[in-house]
Ligand binder design. Structure first.
Ligand SMILES: Cc1cc2nc3c(=O)[nH]c(=O)nc-3n(C[C@H](O)[C@H](O)[C@H](O)COP(=O)(O)OP(=O)(O)OC[C@H]3O[C@@H](n4cnc5c(N)ncnc54)[C@H](O)[C@@H]3O)c2cc1C
Length: 423
């Protein structure tokens, strides 16, 4: 006879968003299951994912509340300054630039932290088994049936899970979203995001640089250190996220390290002194995705299953964490009020909280990509003047900086640093 497991929520997909949601719900005292088709330990290996995430202040607060932040294996690098400039490969960045300094506009708080995907995974993998009311199944394939009264999740091997809510956190190709017949809109940017790290001679001083180049944005993001890759001449390290037209990106990716490093330097400029690429290069085709609804009977979508955005502002995962905070708060509040956490009214509240936020971010990143992805001289001049104008208007500058930190006026709850209220 198959054993049954009754849970409040079953999260399908234990990526950074799904695993954080599962940990948050379980830390709040709710019995939770999480299922991933892939085994979790290998996700910690350096060869699994080369990304380093810029984690906004609000996301850091959520990770702290879920007991994940304290389990990071190394101290993340704080982002203390952000510089935005328009540029062209081989030419110095425009002098009309936008500089944000956390000491001036963030009351001394960092804008965010650079956390390697691998390090976040180590913390998640340490947190999940430490929660007694969290049941993780990975690798496992799940067959989900949903109806008005609840959901059943059948695993190829393991108990029959009965949940009041099932959450689709399986990333961009979400089978739950497809099963629910939720239409999606997709845009292909015709670009590839090249990701990796480089060692450099001069210190970065916690500065992140966002350069808008004609073929796509180029970001340099400060890292805590080059690990075993450092030398006496190149003792510092940064990550790069370099978006380039697909055909050109393929050519760059085929270059040896010395030539690739020269191309990197042509975009970066010389403010960090000599540079040398370190570790592996990674590449991701860039597209945007938008699900028409974030909910269906007994189901909610979170993270990339609901929306995918261009990495131009490094906000994709942060947006997923905003979904986590919104859904966790709706479910926790429903439970505390004796309401059914998978009821249509609760799901409607989640959608009302999460969707406008996501739509705004999708729209903003899409518009930025379009505006900055052109080399048409009048447009280039207008955006350079626009950047310089924002730099001179403190209130506008503060508003931009707060957005980068994920802050909204009167931000409360998990993103506002209030933690999990005891039930
Ligand atoms: C080049 C690049 C740079 C980026 N940089 C940043 C950044 O600096 N900051 C930032 O905030 N974001 C960034 N992002 C975005 C970020 O990487 C994504 O938003 C984030 O990974 C989404 O997490 P997720 O958990 O929703 O989905 P995923 O990471 O895709 O995880 C999905 C999980 O579901 C599992 N799964 C899939 N199908 C099934 C199934 N049928 N059953 C069970 N499990 C399943 C998978 O094994 C996986 O573990 C970047 C993206 C790119 C491409």
């Amino acid at each position: 006879m198959t054993a049954t497991l009754d849970v409040t929520a079953c999260v399908i997909g234990a990526g950074p968003v799904g695993a954080t949601l599962a940990a948050t719900l379980a830390a709040a005292g709710l019995t939770t299951a999480v299922v991933d088709r892939a085994p979790l330990p290998p996700m910690e290996l350096p060869e699994f994912d080369g990304r380093a995430y810029a984690i906004a202040l609000t996301s850091q607060r959520l990770l702290a509340a879920a007991g994940i932040w304290d389990r990071l294996p190394e101290m993340p690098q704080a982002i203390r300054r952000i510089r935005v400039a328009d540029g062209r490969p081989g030419a110095p960045p425009s002098r009309l630039k936008l500089d944000f300094d956390a000491a001036e506009i963030a009351h001394g708080e960092a804008f965010g932290w650079m956390v390697e995907a691998r390090a976040l995974r180590v913390a998640l993998n340490a947190r999940l088994p430490a929660l007694p009311n969290l049941h993780a199944f990975a690798p496992a394939t799940a067959e989900v049936t949903r109806h008005a009264d609840g959901a059943e999740i059948r695993l190829a091997a393991g108990p029959l899970i009965r949940a009041r809510l099932v959450v689709g956190a399986e990333g961009r190709e979400s089978p739950l979203r497809a099963q629910a017949g939720i239409p999606v809109t997709r845009w292909d940017y015709g670009q590839v995001g090249m990701v990796g790290a480089f060692a450099h001679a001069r210190p970065h001083e916690g500065t992140a640089l966002e350069m808008f180049l004609p073929n796509g944005p180029f970001a340099q993001l400060p890292l805590a250190g080059p690990g075993g890759f450092g030398t006496a001449e190149l003792p510092h390290a940064s990550a790069y996220v370099w978006s380039e037209r697909t055909a050109l990106a393929r050519r760059f990716l085929a270059l040896d390290d010395a030539r690739f490093g020269r191309e990197l330097a042509r975009r970066l400029g010389d403010h960090l002194g000599a540079i040398r690429p370190i570790g592996r290069r990674w590449s991701y085709p860039l597209s945007a995705l938008w699900a028409e609804r974030f909910t269906d009977t007994r189901m909610a979508l979170v993270g990339d299953a609901a929306h995918g955005i261009h990495p131009i502002a490094g906000q994709g995962l942060n947006l997923g964490f905003r979904d986590v905070a919104a859904l966790a708060e709706c479910v926790i509040e429903a439970e505390a009020a004796g309401e059914d956490p998978g009821a249509p009214a609760v799901l409607a509240r989640y959608q009302a909280r999460a969707r406008p936020d996501a739509m705004l971010m999708l729209g903003a990143t899409h518009a930025l990509e379009r505006l900055f992805g052109t080399d048409f001289a009048p447009v280039r001049l207008a955006r350079r003047l626009g950047i310089a104008a924002v730099d001179r208007i403190p209130a506008l500058k503060r508003a931009f900086a707060e957005r980068a930190m994920g802050m909204k006026p009167g931000q409360a709850g998990l993103l506002g640093g209030q933690g999990l209220l005891p039930r």
